[in-house]
Design a protein around this ligand. Sequence first.
Ligand code: HAM
Length: 418
Amino acid sequence: MIQNVKGTKDLLPEAIAKWQYIQSTLQKISEQYNYEEIRTPIFEKTELFSRSIGEVTDIVNKEMYSFLDKGEESISLRPELTASIARAVMQHSLLRQNPILRFWYFGPFFRYEQPQKGRQRQFHQYGAECIGSRYPESDAEIIALAVNIFNSLGIKDFKLAINSLGNTESRANYRETLIEFLKENENKLSKESQIRLQTNPLRVLDSKAEADIEILNQAPNILNFLDTESRNHFEELLAILDYQGIKYEISSKLVRGLDYYSHTVFEFQSHALGAQNAMGGGGRYDKLFLELGGEETPAVGLALGIERIILIMEEKGLFPNLEKKLDLYIVSLDHSNQKYLISIAEKLRQNGMAVATDLLRRSLKSQMREANKMKANYLIVIGDDEIKTNLLTIKDMRNGEQTQYSLNSIEEFFKKQQ
Ligand code: HAM
């Protein structure tokens, strides 16, 4: 038997109920913040991601599903959506119609990572991007949107880690000092950090290796390198969060794995997740549009990992009862009456009811069993007598009550129940 590809998962109907519950919450809250849904293609030109996320990041370097299509063009399955949205905004000149754009999205993403708890090769993100404002109130709006989503889903136990990478100049100054410091300690660093020191030194700060952590505790602090503009942006943002009562922890070593960030970066972390503790993250990307060949456009956004949110909600028992109920099951006593039964079922469905009938020509007993399993509220049994007299008995499965109705008044009966 052919099995699914490693790192992918089938979502069977039982799981889908949970997904639909989360998706409806995400849509509701996005709309409360006046964000509009955007859908872009599942694959893009590879260059879009390498130029935006960064050639030396793990995502582009090791994790992208890239291939040459039949026209010899290098294509990649999207590992994230911020770059695609920036492309779409520029391609359709959306900022000409509106100086501020607010988008949300939901869908599958692809990264060739080692699968483990909360980490898949095809996974799903919800994301929101606020494009056009350089002011900290837009950073605060994105963070508040995420906090609101967690509140609505009942997720309370999380940490918001926040940092500022500053603007290009202050980050360049910091980078130089950090490289100097890391070089002095190079021999003591883990192998991976030694490589990163050459390719992407800021990412060394993210290392979880014990050997590195001790050294990194002595490393220069990026927040001491912020210039006045960068410091003001960060402080204003923190003041808005304080005023809103949004708790955060300043984590000066948080740099995140994508190169397009400047100023604010943040992550929502949960202990319940184990090693992959990030439920979501994001930040400001004021230079991304420029790097993709467009005009400089300030923007900020975030993405949440849906599989990780589901893991937390399952572990903490946060899903409400999502059992779907059936309005009516119509039992057939004699299969020669199928046409009659189907026409009643169709009529009632057109009135908005959920109706099921047997498709396996089973016995009365097995049909009753199925109706019970489907948790039908009502049951109607149809045999020759019912067809002859045009009188149908409706049984309320919740209390056993039975009432007889003429075929004509049956629609009225169910209309009243809805
Ligand atoms: P990211 O941190 O790469 O950011 O991903 C966001 C979230 O997606 C992570 O915190 C995690 O919950 C989830 N995630 C990432 N990789 C996997 C995986 N292999 N399996 C399961 N879940 C995963 C971004 O993607 C940025 N585009 C966020 C952003 C939007 N920044 C600005 N705007």
